[in-house]
Design a protein around this ligand. Structure first.
Ligand SMILES: *[C@@H]1O[C@H](CO)[C@@H](O)[C@H](O)[C@H]1NC(C)=O
Length: 370
């Protein structure tokens, strides 16, 4: 198998057989480098071109730093430990609650329907909030909402909910629910990008509000508190199950299916774990409103998480610049209308981040109507 022929510099249609103990590609690269040193002019041209490409894509460097961090996340971050998944069965046609609850390992409630509280931080997503509350209407008793006059990043923003409060008072009235609203006006201005400080503060305000409503008796022991962001919506069927049965854990995650940009673009990635239902304890233990891990048990198929599902690009930009993960915004070019529209249409990450996505892409015509 000895071959006296040197590997060619440029790829030809016939590849040379590898010399023993040496990868053909490495051999070619070495020969190429060798050739370059013998031709300084060509080397200079290649280097100049490489430099030009680098300068043109200088923004790419920060993108690379950002994305490599996420790509190699499995190396520097421990993955979310597994959950004990509770299978979720559809309601039975025969209204046999005992059998339906038993299928989940629970029992039918004996004490009547519990008070159901939806507690949610809101920024600008009013349509999503309406969809959510209309979904919850038959089962919800208290709608608890908190908004701020600054973004999480600490820049001034309108209080959209306050400006449209009547719309939501009507929805609450239709649902027979009490609306509890609080404005946060003491966010810290101009936080460094990627800070979660204001977001944590807003959640703390919700915790305090829950404590106040418990104090007044409006949230009694045994009440169910749904803890999830606006775009993480628990299905009506799930609320029916939770209000029909008892015996599930005091804290339980609710697995929701992921969608990106629109409910017709499912990610089919196994869903999202953060939404949670908390049963108000009989004792006085505080209830911490948060978006993290609270339990190991998780009810499957409990709803939908539609991420970046906004009616306008302007709403999308507001989120990209204002939310806690705005450190992903490495260049204002990412906000450019044409590029943003393209990424949305193709179902790619809003920040152009490298991601394996299972989005079923809707047809992207070159000229989308605005
Ligand atoms: C938020 O509201 C507070 C209290 O009304 C006010 O002092 C503050 O200036 C407001 N901040 C912005 C950015 O509008």
């Amino acid at each position: 198998m000895d071959h006296p022929r040197k590997p060619p510099i440029l790829p030809t249609s016939v590849s040379p057989p590898p010399s023993p103990g040496r990868l053909p590609l490495l051999g070619t690269a070495a020969a190429f480098a060798n050739k370059l040193t013998r031709r300084p002019l060509r080397a200079a041209i290649v280097l100049a071109l490489a430099l030009l490409v680098l300068i043109y894509n200088i923004g790419t460097l920060s993108v690379l730093r950002r994305d490599l961090g996420y790509i190699f996340r499995p190396l520097w971050d421990t993955p979310e430990p597994g959950f004990n998944i509770i299978k979720h069965f559809a309601a039975r046609g025969d209204d046999d609650n005992a059998a339906w609850c038993a299928a989940h390992g629970w029992a039918a409630r004996t004490g009547g329907k519990p008070v159901v509280v939806d507690a949610v931080p809101v920024s600008s997503e009013l349509d999503m909030l309406e969809i959510r509350w209309r979904e919850y209407a038959p089962y919800v008793d208290m709608l608890l909402v908190v908004e701020a006059n600054m973004t999480f990043a600490g820049t001034p923003k309108p209080m959209h909910f306050a400006a449209h409060r009547e719309r939501f008072e009507r929805i609450a009235k239709d649902a027979g629910a009490k609306l509890v609203y609080r404005a946060v006006t003491d966010f810290e201005p101009n936080l460094p990008s990627g800070s979660f400080k204001n977001e944590a503060h807003q959640r703390q305000v919700i915790s305090n509000l829950i404590a106040a409503e418990r104090g007044s008796g409006a949230i009694p022991p045994g009440a169910l508190i749904i803890q999830s962001d606006v775009d993480e919506i628990v299905s009506r069927d799930t609320l029916k199950l939770l209000t029909t049965c008892e015996g599930f854990p005091e804290q339980m995650h609710l697995q929701v299916d992921n969608y990106l940009y629109s409910y017709d673009q499912p990610l089919n990635d196994g869903g999202y774990w953060r939404p949670r239902v908390v049963t108000v304890p009989a004792g006085g233990e505080a209830i911490d409103y948060h978006h993290g891990r609270g339990a190991d048990d998780m009810l499957a198929g409990a709803g939908w998480h539609c991420s970046f599902c906004f009616p306008t690009l302007e709403d999308m930009r507001a989120k990209m610049t204002g939310y806690s993960h705005n450190d992903r915004l490495t260049s204002t070019r990412l906000l450019d209308e044409k590029r943003l529209r393209r990424r949305v249409c193709e179902g790619r990450d809003p920040f152009g981040m490298w991601a394996v996505s299972g989005v079923t892409v809707s047809a992207c015509s070159p000229a989308q109507p605005s």
